[in-house]
Ligand binder design. Sequence first.
Ligand code: UDP
Length: 328
Amino acid sequence: MKRVLITGGAGFLGSHLCDKFIKEGYYVIAMDNLITGSLKNIEHLFKLPNFEFYHHDVSTFVHVSGNLDYILHFASPASPIDYLKIPIQTLKVGSLGTHNLLGLAMQKKARLLIASTSEVYGDPLVHPQSEEYYGNVNTIGPRGVYDEAKRFQESMTMAYHRFHGLETRIARIFNTYGPRMRLNDGRVIPAFMGQALRGEDLTVFGDGLQTRSFCYVDDQVEGIYKLLLSDYELPVNIGNPDEITIKDFAEEIIKLTNSNQKILYKELPIDDPMQRQPDITLAKKVIGWEPRVNRKQGMQRTFTYFQSLTKEELLTSQHKDFSDYIGR
Ligand code: UDP
């Protein structure tokens, strides 16, 4: 049985990856410090003989006994509000955490896949974003802690690959959504869903003309899995190119949830990218992957998940906006 370590295994993407690797017959070790992850996401796996959980912060020395074939580094806060709340941890997990896992991968002779992000492109001046674009990042802005940690993570991973010959893979993950997103992580989908379900107006930041392109989690997990098992060693965008403005998206969600809520316009967060759309030509070519789930299907499944949460969960997870964190 092949053995895989998934850091951030109790998080949104991490827990879906645990499910995928269990389904594919692997022995799965999930590691998480539970700052933003939740055991609820992996509760159903604890009874399995081929699943283990380590409660550990990968920013400190990482030890795993036994052999490992693959490591997937998915530990990191991944929403703008999270990195405003825990900026130092965000920097540490992308830099020190990655360094520790590169060392572990060397020791175990394991292949390491790192979760990079469309944030390496910053507020992009090129549209859509292909892997060749170097990005437009404000190093010292509030998002810089995430963007620069992830850029450093890519550099360090390539250095280990080139200098030590370590087998590495780099997934540049674009906005991904689905069941298990944290209701209060501040990201647009849980924010809008929570607001619609609580009967509040939907908060659109800025004029809502900024765009995003949302990928359903099952597609994302499939792309990551294929990349891990492929021979391709340079970064690959994984996302859904179906682009929409945030204002149109808010209107779609009002229709989907059958709520009569209005749109409430709020201040745009600093350095909020104006447009984002992955160019996935490379993914199609080198891993034979493209997304299959359209936004309508994916959003319906996601809404069903948020509807299944208890009233208490909905109320204790009131969405806060950025002004609460940056003192504007
Ligand atoms: N956004 C919004 N209202 C919210 C939360 C987010 O209008 O309550 C906007 C945000 O300003 C950004 C987009 O939705 O333009 C996506 O934000 P998210 O935090 O989900 O992810 P990002 O792609 O910015 O990392």
